[in-house]
Design a protein around this ligand. Structure first.
Ligand code: 13P
Ligand code: SF4
Length: 303
């Protein structure tokens, strides 16, 4: 069943001159039919470079598909399931950013790419988990408003002397909040030689005991390059699937088996096929907002 679905999707992809982009958290079967899999930063860059395709099917969450549209508005960007929202991105509104800017008029505004387009339009520059500290260090102000992930803000604080003001209070990813010290102790007993790699959206105490704190793309490179054989992965389990598919001589073990981003997993092969056949669901962003947020996105990409 799934093999014939995959074949249908590949055929449709060719007929429609489409490309399928997928985030590292997608299920294995989506990873298998994707033309490009990446972390948020790599997906942004890829979306900005697509020239020769008519359709882009984006298997990720809302802010990622919106960013692809803003970077390449002449392309038809499709998302197979419109319920694929990132709850963290919805924790910070444009109004919240405006209020913070009034309170801290001298601060620069760095927003995580996990924000809605309206909020991005209020930012000076965006960042992802792969480049957050570098982005902050590139600014010429001592104060930085940073949101919406308070754990990523903590991660950046450890790498800069600038004052990082997190907006909103307590913004977080519910998936990465699930990791606790007990999970690490439990898994470490079973895999004493495993390298622990955590995502910067994890709580600070988890970051502090990890051997490395990296974006999902950084985790993949670390597993490839490290001399270790086993890795305890502190992020959504889709990345564990990717590592074990692509790097068969290493073993990736989830730090927590049920670290699942429910909305990422809404995309299925059936929905991707439907998306290609009926060219749905089309993603768009208000042109004024798109224009304003493009500056902040491009500033990050150019860095
Ligand atoms: P990455 O940019 O590391 O892929 O992270 C995106 C994300 O949504 C993490 O939860
Ligand atoms: Fe958003 Fe967390 Fe899902 Fe990433 S894992 S898309 S931050 S809810």
């Amino acid at each position: 069943m799934s093999e014939s679905l995959k074949n249908d999707i590949i055929q449709l992809k060719n007929e429609k001159n489409a490309i399928i982009l997928a985030h590292n958290y997608q299920a294995g079967e989506i990873q298998e039919i994707a033309d490009f899999i990446g972390d948020s930063l790599k997906l942004c860059i890829k979306a900005s470079e697509i020239e020769d395709k008519d359709l882009v099917v984006f298997c990720g969450v809302d802010f990622m598909a919106e960013t692809a549209y803003i970077l390449n508005p002449s392309k038809k960007i499709l998302i197979p399931d419109t319920g694929a929202e990132c709850p963290m991105a919805h924790m910070l509104s444009a109004e919240d950013v405006k209020i913070a800017k009034e309170k801290y008029p001298d601060a620069s505004v760095v927003l995580y790419v996990n924000t809605l387009a309206e909020a991005k339009a209020e930012a000076d520059i965006l960042c992802t988990s792969a480049n957050a500290a570098k982005v902050v260090e590139s600014l010429d102000t001592d104060q930085v408003l940073f949101g919406p992930d308070s754990n990523l803000a903590n991660f950046v604080r450890k790498q800069t002397d600038k004052e990082i003001i997190a907006i909103p209070d307590g913004g977080h990813c519910y998936v990465h909040k699930m990791f606790h010290m007990g999970d690490i102790a439990f898994k470490k007993e079973e895999y004493p030689n495993a390298e622990i790699i955590a995502h910067p959206e994890c709580n600070i105490e988890v970051q502090n005991v990890a051997d490395a704190v990296l974006s999902t793309g950084g985790m993949l490179s670390q597993v490839k390059d490290s001399n270790s054989k086993e890795f305890l992965i502190g992020t959504e389990i889709g990345l564990v699937t990717r590592i074990n598919r692509e790097i068969p001589n290493k073993i990736a073990i989830p730090l927590l088996d049920d670290a699942i981003c429910k909305t990422m997993k809404l995309h299925t092969l059936e929905k991707v096929k439907d998306s290609l056949i009926n060219e749905k669901y089309q993603v768009s962003v208000d042109s004024q907002i798109a224009k304003k947020s493009l500056n902040a996105i491009e500033r990050m990409i150019n860095l």
